[in-house]
Design a protein around this ligand. Sequence first.
Ligand SMILES: Nc1ncnc2c1ncn2[C@@H]1O[C@H](COP(=O)(O)OP(=O)(O)OP(=O)(O)O)[C@@H](O)[C@H]1O
Ligand SMILES: [Mg+2]
Length: 272
Amino acid sequence: MTTTFKDLRSRFGFHTTPFTREIAVKDRFPLGQFDEVVEALLHTLEARMSCALIAPAGTGKTSVLRTVISKLPEARYRTHYVKVTGLSKRDMCREIAQAIGLPPAGSYPSLIRKLQDRFHETSDSTGLRPVLILDEAQDLRPDTLAMLKILTNFDMDSKLVLSILLAGQPKLRDLLRRDDLEDVARRLAHYATLRTLTRDEVHAYLDHRCTVAGAASVPFDSGAIDALFEIGRGNLRATDQLARKSLEVAHQHDRDACSAAEVAQARKLLWP
Ligand SMILES: Nc1ncnc2c1ncn2[C@@H]1O[C@H](COP(=O)(O)OP(=O)(O)OP(=O)(O)O)[C@@H](O)[C@H]1O
Ligand SMILES: [Mg+2]
C-alpha cells in the first residue's frame, strides 16, 4: 500500500509535501552555518575572485548555491549555473556556452575563445560581472578543471573577467591537491565547507520543515527525533528521506505521529 500526498495532508495537515528535495529559498532552515557560508561566498564573488564549497553529499551545498544566486543582484551580476558531469573540455565549453546563450558549436579552441570573448564583452559593455557556478564539481575531469584557469584568464593577472564558484563533495578537494591543478587551487580565494547537524539542530530542522509544509503540530515524538538523529547522523538528505518514509509508515499504522518504531521501520524500508 502506498501513501499518497493526500494521505499525508489529511492525516498530518501538510499543505505541501514535506521533506522534498528542492526547497524554496524563503523556506530554508535558518541555520547560522548556512548564512555564514553564503555570506563568505558572496563576499569573495563581490571581490571579483573565485571560490569553492566542499562538503559531503547531502549537507546542503546545492541549497547554498541557490541562495547565493538569489542574493547576487541582477543589476551587477550575470550568474550561470552548470551541473557538472564527467565532461571533456569541449563538452564543458559547450555546456557553458549553452548556459550563457552562445551557440554551443565548434572545436574546443574556437569555443574557448568565444567564451572568453563573451565574458570580456559582458564585463566591458554591460558592466555585469559574470559568475560561473559549477555544481557537483567533484565529477570534473582534471583536464577540464585545468581549463577553468584559461577561462578566467588567471594568467593575465590584471583583469579577472569571470568568477567561478566550484561546489562538490570531498573528492573535489583531492582533485585540487593534484600537482597539475595547483594553479587552479591557488586561485580559489576562499574555501567553504558545511558540517552535519547536531541533535538539537536536527530537532529544530524537523520542526521547521514540518511547519513550512503546513503541519499544525510536529508529527515526531521525542523517541522519533532521537532515532532520526542516530540513524541520519545529522545529514540533511538522510534525515529528509527517513522523516518522509517514517510519516508514510505512521500513516499505514494509522498513527498521527511517528515514534522510534516508525523510524526504525522506515530505515529498513529505505536501506535494507
Ligand atoms: N537550508 C536548508 N533548509 C532546508 N532544507 C535544506 C537546506 N539545505 C538543504 N536542505 C535539504 O537537504 C537536502 C540536501 O541538500 P542539497 O541537495 O543542497 O545537498 P548537497 O550537499 O548539494 O548534496 P549532493 O552532494 O548530493 O549534491 C535537500 O533535500 C534539501 O531540501
Ligand atoms: Mg548538490
